[in-house]
Write a protein that binds this ligand. Sequence first.
Ligand code: ATP
Length: 282
Amino acid sequence: MTDDDEVYESDPDLLVDFRDVTLVRGGNTLVGPVSWQVELDERWVVIGPNGAGKTSLMRLAAAQVHPTSGSAYVLNEQLGKVEVRELSTRIGVSSAALAERVPADEIVTDVVISAGYSVIGRWREAYDDVDRAQAVESLESMGAEHLADRAFGTLSEGERKRVLISRALMTDPELLLLDEPAAGLDLGGREELVARLSRLASDPEAPAMVLITHHVEEIPDGFTHAMLLSEGAVVAQGLLDDVLTSQNLSSAFRQQITLSRVDGRYFARRTRRAGGHRRAGG
Ligand SMILES: Nc1ncnc2c1ncn2[C@@H]1O[C@H](COP(=O)(O)OP(=O)(O)OP(=O)(O)O)[C@@H](O)[C@H]1O
């Protein structure tokens, strides 16, 4: 935040309230300027090509970085004016960066429990029964309770994803941020995860959610809003059906994309431009 930025009171109903936010590193604008508001009962998908700035946006929403300019409130706390640790148990995060930091020999239950202490890696000799019960409940919500005693490093990619989402849910967060939860999963694993996220999305008790993906096929039924990013800039944002159109996707991915929707799920494929095909020798 710069001195020139307007100071305003954030609406208490907004979990994320960004106004003209940018994140700049090494002279490059990774994302922004973006204005974005997330309300209590909303489930957002942030979609866009590689390098679009999705993870940068998530790092801002996770209060892991402060904006270079603009004004960013997360859970009514202004980034840059609040200790990040104060927010960390109120925001559940699952990401590849987090997975890399989990020690391979860490037992799954401890991976989940440690979220409550804002640490990764076991730091206590023993956790209490309340912690354990909460961790089991979290693992159950993602169908991962049978993994409780396994070492994290022995899990498959799909199992790791479910454990990390269980971890993100452990603290009963107000905001759940999932960065590419289906990346690296096979078709069955993806479909199972999407179904679980769809159930979570339709649970009125579930936190507000932001899911980052490259693929419209990974958007669970029940998500309500979308932001389409390309080269750090917002191509479109708003209600899912308004944002996810063939035209907007074509613009963001710089290809002719045709989108279809079946049973609440989206599917996208590249289509040939009219007149784009020339017969050999023609
Ligand atoms: N610390 C940094 N310094 C300079 N450039 C960075 C830094 N972090 C990210 N970038 C660049 O910012 C751009 C956006 O990165 P980001 O990870 O936010 O995109 P993304 O949409 O999540 O991409 P992907 O889908 O490939 O994960 C990329 O071009 C990346 O190389």
